[in-house]
Write a protein that binds this ligand. Sequence first.
Ligand code: HEM
Length: 367
Amino acid sequence: MQGPGDPIAGAIVVMSGRRTHGSRGLGDRCGFHNDNVTYFAAAPYSGIRRTPTRPYDRSAMAAPTTESAVASTARADARWRPTASTVRRLALASLVANIAIVATGGLVRLTNSGLGCPDWPNCSGGSLVATGKVSWHKAVENTNRGLTGVIMIAVVAVFIAAYRERPARPAVRWWAWVTLLGVPAQAVLGGISVLTDLNPWVVCAHFLLSMALVGAATVLWWNTRTPTPEPSAVPLLVRRLGGATWVLTYAVFAVGTLVTGSGPHAGDAKAVRLPLRPAAISQLHADLVMLLVGVAIGLAVFAAAVGAPPAARTATRVLVGVLAFQAAIGFAQYFTGLPTGLVELHVTGAAVLAAAATATLLALNER
Ligand code: HEM
């Protein structure tokens, strides 16, 4: 028996095939020993279990583990490791897909196809896809549902890339999770709006979740950027103004959904409308927009005055441009009786604005 203080009575035998750098992932270079055995002369007792000293017996040392270990290392090395720019492109694709589905959702509403598929998750008659005599409305709604599959592919792709990338970037992984979980949540909310015959409150929530998802996809994309080497701090006051602009933007979205909820484009003739006077709620919407435009212009001026980093200054200018365009479309559609083409542009513009406002906030707060 060995025990404390028994100096060289044993040796620790380390079998080959064990990882030598446990904390690194598969595929790293430090891999495995090719030797079957490594001997360490036993140190004075330190609580490590020792095996009795035996003559070195190579045949007994399970050679097959070496081959399988080498093979599995080769397999791990061969697995896909995306570059930072691939992750970035996939994040951009996910952002574009999130904006695109807002546009196609707008088309569903404006072509009165909201209940084209009267059921959910099946389209009708127990079938996931439109069958039998397919009406125009059913085709539109069915296509929009199919696009959820495309957007799911986009968020899954960026999610996998975020987890395969080395070195890992925790913020990228975190936001990849948010977008990954957001899309099925949105699909369920879309289903609830169908099952409640396009209840306007549910439709409002469906649209606002879309805006939140576009924001999340923007943060994900932003985090895949290579950080600027020397980001310079923007004064707190200007950053706060950026925060206020972002909050006001989302407030305008919220009131905009109430305008839609009380307006004529319900998505189906039998959908109920919100008990609000369209002219009054449109007025509130436009008033908030005026405030937002003023604050955003102030933000762009201050950002330039304090010498904010170029990315932040550009972002504030782009934001003002998108806002001006969106406001112009808003007035145009209001005074021309809400033609579907302009309303569709207004819906898509809101999604682009969600991305622009979020990117501006991030650019101002980059440190
Ligand atoms: C920054 C500017 C603006 C933003 C971000 C914005 C955003 C929105 C949003 C998110 C909706 C709801 C879309 C939906 O639920 O599908 C909406 C609807 C609407 N907005 Fe704006 N809006 C802006 C400017 C304006 C202006 C200046 C007017 C002028 C009165 C206006 C008039 C309307 C109208 C009438 C609707 C309802 C359209 C419908 O019936 O579908 N908007 N807006």
